[in-house]
Design a protein around this ligand. Structure first.
Ligand code: GDP
Length: 460
């Protein structure tokens, strides 16, 4: 059709979120200092992607879009938090656990110059139980003379060791060629069944009430997954009947099974969050109204925005503010203020005030999810969108810049999920002006509950 012709050759801009429904997932696992970050950098082919290995550094970003020989996949980097010696076994096991649940293929990195340690052997046991394809990567083999060190890793029982030098790049291409042979085209963990129940991730920092919400929502209505035609059994998801329709709550195992870690718990929480977002269409971010909105809450919301998924905010534990005493009145007032200050950038997200404990107002969740998903799916016809643009420009022209004024020649919605627009312009539009366009779009077409992406194609 006409739109498709116009869009031929248009890629989403570097500022845009390129939404990819079901990319297969490769996870990189291994002890600290074996070279996981170097391998991630090497695969991504850009050095700045991952911060250098610094012990104890926490990164929020754990999923990267990668590509090899025209095949695209998600790369999950579990190396963002490097534990001290005491916590090593527990945290490396936690990495492996996440990787096993949420990836299609695992790369297990070992420092070949050190050889297999007891921590490595611990992980090997977990990986073997999982039954997913595992590539044993023997890193730090910088030249051919060191290859016997790699061969020594046969005795881990994970099959052939793949000798590489992540720093110099040696062997990485061969490794990726092998990985591509077993990597599915569509992720088996993402399971995007067309027409199946829509996929919801329940997110939030520890103790806000995620598992309470899940338990209350699932209640007695829980459906046994394999009774459902066309669904595949996935022990980490649960199908729940809510408001007369079925929903797939993704990665519920991650909510129910708590990783008890003294240190690094935040990092593994973000790992879970990112992985759950990969699979979800809409996220419910749970906040605890009895506590101050924290940086961690905002960070989780920002991960949802970055992922391009639809968003609903669930303010939980309202039963705690029931008594109309002064303290609660204060808290309620502060909460309003915190929402205005810290959550202004997601003022468009539907909000529900609930109590997972009493079940109060849980029925409000379904309409909120439906609103968010409708917006996420919404498409504005090209004609309408251009009429909208002309009107907006006539009313509020772009400010002059150095005597010149960038003009918008034409625009179209390149995709849904989330709504992504491309503007063809004669110059760069100011970020402020782009935000103005977004605001207007929201006012007119009520994109409640979804991020909107606006990309530019500048025609010189
Ligand atoms: P999660 O870590 O986010 O899964 O949080 P949990 O569901 O385990 O809840 C943490 C604590 O908060 C538990 O003690 C719950 O009983 C309590 N909790 C959860 N929801 C509510 C609620 O709506 N009201 C009150 N008062 N407590 C709640």
């Amino acid at each position: 059709d006409e739109d498709a012709d116009l869009l031929a050759g248009v890629e989403l801009g570097e500022d845009g979120i390129e939404y990819s429904p079901a990319l297969p997932v490769v996870a990189i696992v291994g002890r600290p200092n074996v070279g996981k970050s170097a391998l991630v950098n090497r695969i991504l082919g850009r050095r700045e992607a991952v911060v250098e290995d610094t012990p104890g550094v926490t990164r929020d970003r754990v999923t990267y879009k990668a590509e090899w020989m025209d095949r695209r996949f998600s790369l999950v980097d579990t190396g963002g938090w490097e534990p001290d010696a005491r916590g090593i076994d527990a945290s490396v096991a936690a990495q492996a656990e996440v990787a096993i649940d949420l990836s299609d293929v695992v790369m297990f990195v070992v420092d070949a110059m050190v050889g297999a340690t007891s921590t490595d052997e611990h992980v090997v046991r977990l990986l073997r139980k999982a039954g997913k394809p595992v590539f044993l990567v023997a890193n730090k083999i910088d030249d051919a003379r060191q290859e016997p060190e790699a061969a020594a890793l046969w005795n881990l029982g994970l099959g052939e060791p793949h000798p590489v030098s992540a720093i110099h790049g040696r062997g990485v291409a061969d490794l990726l060629d092998e990985v591509m042979k077993v990597l599915p085209d569509v992720s088996a963990v993402a399971k995007r069944e067309i027409g199946g129940p829509r996929r919801v991730a329940i997110l939030g920092r520890p103790n806000v009430g995620k598992s309470s919400l899940l338990n209350k929502a699932a209640g007695e209505e829980r459906v046994v997954v394999n009774e459902l035609a066309g669904t595949t059994r996935d022990p980490v998801d649960e199908i729940v009947d809510l408001g007369g329709r079925l929903w797939r709550f993704v990665d519920t195992a991650g909510i129910r099974r708590r990783v008890h870690l003294q240190q690094g718990a935040d990092f593994y929480a973000s790992l879970r969050t990112s992985a759950a977002l990969e699979k979800a269409e809409v996220a419910v971010v749970v906040l605890d109204v009895s506590e101050t909105i924290s940086e961690q809450d905002v960070r989780i919301i920002d991960l949802v925005l970055e992922s391009g998924r639809a968003l609903v905010l669930a303010f939980n534990k309202w039963d705690r503010l029931n008594d109309d005493d002064l303290e609660n009145q204060d808290r309620r007032r502060y909460l309003e203020r915190e929402i205005e200050q810290d959550l202004a950038h997601v003022a468009w997200a539907p909000r529900v005030n609930i109590s997972a404990r009493t079940g109060r107002h849980l029925d409000k969740l379904v309409p909120a999810l439906e609103t968010a998903l409708d917006s996420w799916d919404r498409r504005i016809p090209t004609g309408k969108f251009n009429a909208f643009l002309s009107e907006l420009v006539a009313e509020h022209p772009h400010p002059l810049r150095g005597g010149k004024q960038p003009r918008i020649l034409f625009g179209t919605q390149a995709s849904t999920r989330p709504p992504t627009f491309v503007l063809f312009t004669t110059g760069f539009l100011d970020p402020g002006y782009r935000r103005f366009i977004q605001r207007r779009l929201r006012e007119l077409y009520s994109f409640d509950g979804t991020p909107i992406v606006i990309n530019m194609r500048v025609r010189e």
